[in-house]
Design a protein around this ligand. Structure first.
Ligand code: ADP
Ligand code: MG
Length: 696
């Protein structure tokens, strides 16, 4: 057992009770956990400010001076104590609303104190409320340090475990730990990337002398953290590539026929690039595991079909699995248009396909006469057996669990099928590299030419009459309209009421227009029925919650009105907007809000109005929400980083990934003596790490 595995209970000043609290509240079990509980910010004690320099925009400042006089002001619960504080350069007020008696007993006028706190301004007066106040000692007077601030919980605070306490036990631990702090990165990396040693970094992350030392420590630890994540991911990829053969699909004759005789439109440059990437995988002899990212409407379907043609060229079958019945149906309709003229057989298998209809599908799959099977989860069932499954395509992959994906693999036990996962949720590069770092990634970052960008505007609720007028003119021109209400939690009664009120008001405004309504509490058949009616154009307005499916295609719908738009996340707004802009006509998205908007809501709305680019939007969303929230809770585990921040550390991540990739290229087994510490570190991480297999 290493020093760092020692239970926190045995650290001086901790003991069993505090240890239990630290475990429960902060997940700190061992010395190692504590030492990796890095400060989340630092208070600047590097210098004393002069009062005349101080302004209300500064964060906390440290001052040295005397209180000339105390004055009790106000009555009842507005009572406060003011200490007039001067350092010779100016004066400011120290203010206490609570603990007034304690202050009056402890703090003396005309004695020199060190004061620390956040300056505020009321009128012309500067003040610091509830300052930290300390007697001047020689050590404090010398100053020159950044004071670490550690994250805590309310519970810990009530038990008197505060940042100072953590800082104290860190200090004790560090003293004892010095001889145990091992380097984890090889020399060649330290030199190449100008990284300080682990020992220096750990000491300076907790107790930095100044900002320069802190920055070096942070950089080193961020690099290390990201490096090991990337190393594992790339290693996983290499292992898989080595272990899993892939069927070789290098016959492009079917594809050429399609290109020459059936291609419905010229491919965009991005589509061509992605097809090349996929083809390189498919003929490589290794199993493909590729993520295809592309905004809604970027044209992933045709790329999927072209991939299928490569499998057909190799006499193999393909499966495409979608998360819902309606999406599977849609894929079936689209691909069938391409497949049938070429004599390629295609079938649809979903939960609602009757038993009698399944039998011939099963048979044709087994004798190999069926080339393409589109479906939902029904496709994963035991009795669905392929003669030779060569390719599995998964649409909207984030809705599928690992277990389901591996079932798909098992459909060809001889040689696993190539796997292409498609997602319409653009993910910022830093997140993609971390969440899908073991997959190859292709991106379609260009929309087909001639597509009219959706016009997005922001309107206040007070403009509803104009908005209604606009809806009317669009419907008169033959278009259809979505009106979406927030229903974040399907059980929210109030939200449901807003939706139904909205529906009532729209039916009253447009008494002659057929209108659909759709929400999560309706039975599934009713939902499908309403969706189908809208899709067929029988209803002109669809009043709905966000249950309207990702990827649902109603080309004639050209207006998306989003009610209470401030309540939606940025990615969600973008996803919703993607439901329009699918036809030839100009499309519109109108974001409705009331006048009260938080700064963050404003940024979201402005971003939507400014750009249609999903990747740009995802980057802004990442900055606003941070990685965990962005990806939702199931995936955020992999994003719980100790020190690196994927919304800010893109540069470090890129370098770390390159370094990891280079290292594995030169030393795939990590067998070289100079990389021994890397191997050791990975092995020790493996014991404790989160379950990384969940990722692909
Ligand atoms: P998504 O990426 O959202 O799945 P689709 O594959 O459904 O996008 O494509 C959206 C629409 O754009 C479809 O109607 C499709 O036929 C059309 N499309 C795709 N690629 C092109 C292209 N290169 N030129 C013109 N239209 C295209
Ligand atoms: Mg699609």
């Amino acid at each position: 057992m290493s020093f760092f595995d020692t239970s926190i209970e045995f650290l001086k000043g901790v003991g069993p009770q505090r240890a239990a609290l630290l475990q429960k509240e902060l997940n700190i079990f061992t010395f190692g956990d504590l030492i990796q509980h890095y400060p989340f910010r630092y208070e600047d004690r590097t210098r004393f400010y002069q009062i005349k320099e101080v302004n209300e925009l500064m964060p906390s400042v440290q001052l040295k001076g005397r209180i000339t006089e105390f004055e009790a002001l106000g009555q009842g619960n507005r009572k406060r104590l003011v200490g007039y504080f001067t350092d010779g350069s100016g004066e400011l007020e120290l203010v206490w609303f609570q603990g007034i008696n304690w202050v009056l007993q402890k703090i003396k006028v005309q004695q020199e104190y060190i004061v620390f706190g956040k300056p505020n301004r009321y009128g012309s007066t500067l003040s610091i409320a509830h300052p930290e106040i300390d007697i001047v000692t020689e050590k404090k007077e010398k100053g020159g340090y950044l004071q670490p601030v550690y994250s805590l919980s309310e519970r810990l605070r009530t038990k008197h475990i505060d940042s100072k306490f953590i800082s104290k036990i860190q200090q004790d631990l560090l003293r004892a730990a010095q001889q145990h702090l091992r380097e984890t990165l090889p020399d060649h990396l330290l030199q190449k990337h100008l990284l300080v040693s682990k020992k220096v970094a750990i000491n300076n992350i907790h107790f930095p002398k100044d900002y320069a030392h802190l920055t070096l420590a942070q950089h080193r630890l961020k690099f290390e953290e990201l490096f090991f994540i990337q190393l594992r991911l790339i290693k996983m990829k290499l292992v898989r590539q080595e272990k899993f053969r892939g069927q070789v699909f290098n016959d492009t004759s079917v594809l050429t026929t399609f290109y020459n005789q059936h291609l419905p439109f010229p491919l965009t440059d991005a589509q061509k690039r992605v097809v090349k990437e996929i083809y390189a995988d498919m003929k490589s002899g290794k199993q493909m595991n590729r993520l295809l990212q592309g905004d809604v409407g970027s044209g992933k379907t045709i790329v999927a079909f072209i991939t299928i043609l490569l499998a057909v060229g190799g006499n193999a079958q393909s499966a495409l699995i979608a998360p819902t019945e309606i999406l599977a149906q849609q894929h079936f309709n689209n691909l069938r248009k391409y497949a049938e003229p070429m004599g390629i057989t295609i079938a649809l298998l979903t939960g609602s396909v009757k038993k009698s209809a399944r039998k011939p599908i099963h048979e044709k799959l087994q004798d190999g006469s069926l080339h393409i099977l589109i479906g939902t989860h029904a496709l994963l069932e035991e009795e669905v057996k392929f003669k030779k499954l060569g390719l599995a395509i998964i649409d909207e992959q984030h809705r599928f669990g690992v277990a389901q994906r591996s079932k798909l693999w098992q459909k060809n036990e001889e040689v696993y099928p190539h796997v292409l996962v498609m997602t319409a949720t653009p993910i910022p590069r830093t997140l993609a590299m971390t969440l899908y770092g073991d997959l190859e990634i292709s991106v379609i970052d260009e929309l087909p030419k001639g597509r009219k960008p959706i016009k997005t505007t922001h309107r206040y609720d007070t403009h509803r009459l104009q908005v209604n007028g606009f809806i009317k003119t669009q419907i008169d021109q033959g278009r259809q309209v979505y009106v979406v209400y927030p229903l974040i939690d399907e059980s929210e009664k109030l939200d449901l009421k807003h939706l139904m009120d909205g529906y009532d008001s729209i039916t009253r405004t447009f008494p002659d227009i057929p209108i659909s309504v759709l929400h999560g509490q309706m039975p599934a058949e009713a939902k499908d029925f309403e969706m189908a009616r809208f899709k067929k154009g029988e209803t002109k307005i669809m009043v709905a919650t966000t249950v309207i499916e990702v990827g649902v295609d109603v080309p004639n719908a050209s207006v998306m009105i989003i009610e209470s738009a401030q309540r939606f996340g940025l990615s969600q707004l973008h996803q919703l907007r993607g439901r329009v802009g699918r036809g030839a006509e100009q499309s519109y998205c109108i974001l409705m809000t009331d006048h009260k908007l938080s700064a963050e809501s404003k940024t979201r709305i402005e971003t939507m109005v400014r750009t249609n680019n999903g990747f740009e939007i995802a980057e802004v969303d990442l900055k606003l929400r941070g990685p965990g929230d962005l990806m939702g809770t199931q995936q955020s585990g992999a994003l719980d980083l100790l020190i690196a921040d994927l919304s800010k550390d893109a540069d470090v991540l890129k370098k770390a990934r390159e370094a990891a990739s280079e290292l594995l290229e030169n030393d795939p087994q990590l067998a070289k003596p100079e990389n021994k510490m890397v191997l050791q570190q990975i092995q020790s991480m493996r014991k404790t790490a989160v379950n990384w297999s969940r990722i692909s």
